[in-house]
Design a protein around this ligand. Structure first.
Ligand code: ADE
Length: 244
């Protein structure tokens, strides 16, 4: 059984979107993974198939009804489904490569995309949803967030990423327990608009290249992501303490 993604959305036409192209698209055609986008409105109430209502307690905007969303989930998962149910929301757990790796190594995912101001809290709890955020900013809906999550997962599936990009060295791969940003990359021409490629990369000294790249990774992480650097040095300190 290949990796299965089901997306519950009010805008199924947004899928596969960018995932129908490039690496993910070719993998989709090959059957390395599958994608099904289901219309939540099919489970709406009344003649107008309403999916939302005004918030109890007042306030702006509309809230997605728990009964409607639950019916859409039930139809998609049909009782027995071992895939995790994710709800894309800025209130969720920040998406990181560790969660991506976990999801990619499982059977797939069912992803609920919200619109309007939110989703009734009771169905989040009753369905044990894993709430996931793609960053500290607000999108107008969960769909672009679902595309981001799926892209990150699919490229890790066996056979999807080219052999040339094993993913071992990229940013956020575990290295010694922590995480560093990747070093900068260069290709031909060796000089472009008066800018030269760093000499060490043209030297052919593999050990020196590796040392230079490690130093670049460390410097970029310290400067751009002090939060990641603190984690990294924390790991290093813990590893050192364990050895003495
Ligand atoms: N829906 C709206 N904003 C979002 C975000 N930042 N992450 C995930 N889902 C969202």
């Amino acid at each position: 059984m290949s990796w299965r993604a089901t997306v519950l959305t009010l805008f199924p036409e947004m899928f596969p979107g960018s995932l129908g192209m490039s690496l993910a698209g070719r993998a989709l055609e090959r059957g390395d993974w599958s994608l099904e986008a289901r219309q939540i409105r099919d489970f709406g109430t009344g003649r107008h198939r309403n999916v939302d209502d005004t918030p109890f307690g007042g306030g702006a905007g509309m809230v997605m009804r728990p009964d409607v969303v639950d019916a859409a989930i039930e139809a998609a998962m049909q009782g027995g489904d071992d895939r995790p149910l994710l709800y894309m929301t800025p209130r969720g757990r920040p998406l990181q490569q560790a969660l991506v790796r976990d999801l990619a190594s499982g059977p797939g995912a069912v992803i609920l995309c919200g619109r309007y101001e939110g989703l009734d809290q009771r169905v989040i709890e009753a369905r044990n949803m894993v709430e996931v955020s793609v960053g500290d900013y607000v999108l107008s809906g969960g769909e672009p967030a679902a595309l981001v999550l799926l892209d990150a997962c699919v490229r890790l599936l066996p056979g999807v990423m080219g052999a040339s990009e094993s993913g071992e060295e990229e940013s956020f791969s575990p290295n010694g327990g922590g995480t560093l940003l990747e070093y900068p990359h260069y290709t031909r021409p060796a000089e472009w608009n008066g800018r030269r490629v760093p000499d060490v990369l043209l030297s052919g000294h593999h050990a020196e290249v590796a040392r230079w790249r490690a130093a670049q990774s460390a410097a970029a992480t310290q400067e751009r992501r002090p939060d990641l650097w603190a984690k990294q040095t924390g790991f290093a300190a813990a590893a050192h303490a364990a050895h003495v």
